[in-house]
Design a binder for this molecule. Structure first.
Ligand SMILES: Nc1ncnc2c1ncn2[C@@H]1O[C@H](COP(=O)(O)OP(=O)(O)OP(=O)(O)O)[C@@H](O)[C@H]1O
Ligand SMILES: [Mg+2]
Length: 302
């Protein structure tokens, strides 16, 4: 089609390599979903626990495609004017005051609805992004309310919006769109149908090790290995519902950094206990974790 297509990976392996080059480790199923979303020009909906790399993927993709990242952070009660556009009333008012004596009221009305008084919010910015277009991240869409979801569906269907005073604005280049959700509520089926979907799991051992190695190069291979193994074991407690919330990738990385800062060369019960607040952010989880440390450190021995 154009130059952007050329920047796009021609295979899933190439996409995995390109993402790795910018520091993002993608597993194959995720890369496949992403590859297809680029090829088919469909939005990609990523769901998963907090901290598994949903937002980071959009950032990495923008780098790979050399496109501008435009992010809409959703929240309860978000209004269209915060997502789409609004008029700069203060500037319009000033204009009206200044023009009051010279112009007719009809002329003033035309003048105040010019593009220069339009404040563009992310969804409009994404439509008007100059070549090669944008990566549009609609982050935590589950936090927005249902009317917004209905509106979003329309937006994703046409990639155009209509501004009564200005007319219809259509995307110059369809934005590469990524939606994320922590699944605090189920999304509308119609949204899911419109998107390609991928559920993001906690990483398997090798990938988590690669992430720690890449993000915390100061940690020795040995320590990185121990960290990834230990966190993996902590998460396997998930089946027993021991913890409210398992440590995610962000916590693993932060923990490895903390251990390096504490000059730890090898994991031991004391240092794990002292740093438990990095792995777990809830008091009940810390309390449940501490008596288990010994067993998690050496599961064979018990
Ligand atoms: N695949 C990955 N490769 C490299 N780093 C990763 C990867 N996944 C996660 N990370 C690291 O984990 C951190 C947290 O990831 P991110 O913020 O993308 O999670 P999230 O899924 O968006 O979480 P939330 O739902 O809380 O917003 C990132 O800043 C990054 O350092
Ligand atoms: Mg996020």
């Amino acid at each position: 089609m154009n130059q952007t297509t050329m920047l796009q990976a021609s295979s899933i392996d190439e996409l995995i390599a390109q993402l790795a080059d910018v520091g993002y480790q993608a597993e194959r199923r995720l890369a496949t979903a992403l590859f297809l979303s680029l090829k088919l020009q469909r939005p990609l909906l990523l769901e998963g626990e907090p901290g598994v790399g949903k937002t980071e993927l959009a950032k990495a993709l923008a780098q790979v495609l050399n496109k501008q990242l435009i992010r809409l952070q959703c929240y309860d009660g978000m209004e269209q004017r915060e997502a789409l556009y609004e008029w700069n009333y203060a500037a319009q008012l000033l204009h009206m005051r200044a023009a009051h004596d010279q112009s007719t009221s009809d002329a003033i009305e035309r003048e105040v609805y010019q593009e220069k008084y339009l404040i563009r919010r992310p969804l409009l910015q994404a439509l008007q992004a100059p070549a090669p277009g944008a990566v549009l991240l609609i982050d935590e869409v589950d936090r927005a309310d249902e009317p917004f979801e209905a509106f979003l569906l329309e937006y994703l269907g046409e990639y155009q919006i209509s501004i009564p005073e200005l007319g219809t604005i259509k995307a110059q280049t369809t934005p590469v769109t990524i939606l994320t959700s922590n699944r605090t509520r189920d999304l509308n089926d119609a949204i899911k149908r419109r998107c390609l979907y991928h559920w993001m799991e906690y990483p398997e051992h090798e990938r988590e090790l690669a992430i720690v190695r890449a993000k915390v190069p100061q940690a020795s291979i040995d320590l990185a290995q121990q960290v990834a193994t230990f966190v993996g074991r902590v998460r396997s407690q998930n089946n027993l519902h021991t913890f409210e919330r398992s440590p995610a990738i962000a916590e693993t990385v932060e923990w490895a950094r903390a251990l390096v800062a504490l000059d730890t060369h090898s994991l031991n019960r004391q240092v794990i206990e002292d740093t438990a607040g990095i792995l777990f952010k809830q008091r009940e989880d810390v309390d449940a974790f501490i008596p288990l440390i010994e067993e998690l450190l050496a599961p064979e021995a018990t």
